[in-house]
Design a protein around this ligand. Structure first.
Ligand code: FES
Length: 223
């Protein structure tokens, strides 16, 4: 893990940003950086996930602080946490945005395409600049797509995990016939530095910290 400077180069209509930083800081899909704008009055850093790599940096999905502006200087620490582990044998991959923008799962697209696998994105949010080869399905098709896939990467907020669990009530991961992982979103103010506990989540009746034990967990652990 490193600390380095970055720059907000460009802001987009959907609230995402293009950020330049040293290559070793670019987070793998599911990992994150903690970033603080040097001129910002906010005391706490914000987590940044990569939705795509760019020359000299990456594009970070929303939400980002509204006060960030192009040219802002950032102090960033990372990459932090356990990201997605795409099986090399996966040939049918589902990317699922359960309750928000799909930005945090989009970083898997180049890796999936590189191994010649098909991708279905399940999301009710509009996403620009998707390769044409990617099929998009609404969230109501999630169950069907998870049955089709041999690997699934989901993104869900901690407060919505009970809804996700409810959808799989009576099933276990074996019943899904695919390997599945979930990126759990939660506030992560200390990023594993101060053991603040703000990001705690219950996994198999035990407390885990999203910031360091995740943010990506096996779906099986969460059911
Ligand atoms: S953010 Fe402080 S322990 Fe996870």
């Amino acid at each position: 893990m490193k600390t380095a400077k970055g720059i907000v180069e460009e802001l987009f209509w959907d609230g995402s940003a293009r950020i330049t930083c040293p290559p070793e800081l670019i987070p793998a899909p599911g990992q994150y950086l903690l970033a603080h704008a040097n001129a910002s009055p906010d005391l706490l850093p914000v987590p940044l996930f990569s939705s795509n790599s760019t020359p000299n940096g990456f594009r970070s999905g929303p939400p980002l602080p509204r006060i960030w502006r192009p040219g802002d200087s950032l102090t960033m620490r990372g990459p932090i946490g356990h990201g997605f582990a795409l099986p090399s044998a996966a040939r049918k991959v589902a990317l699922v945005a359960f309750d928000d923008s799909p930005a945090r799962v989009l970083g898997l697209i180049p890796l999936v395409l590189k191994q010649g696998a098909e991708i279905v994105l399940v999301s009710d949010k509009v996403t620009e600049d998707l390769p044409e080869i990617i099929e998009v399905q609404p969230l109501k098709a999630m169950h069907e797509i998870l049955q089709w896939a041999d690997y699934s990467a989901l993104d869900a907020a901690r407060e919505n995990l009970n809804q996700l669990q409810g959808m799989f009530a009576g099933q276990n991961q074996a019943g899904l016939q695919c390997e599945a992982q979930v990126l759990v979103r939660a506030p992560m103010p200390c990023g594993a530095l101060a053991a603040c506990g703000v990001c705690a989540v219950t996994v198999h009746h035990e407390w885990k910290m999203v910031c360091k034990d995740g943010p990506v967990f096996s779906l099986k652990e969460l059911l």
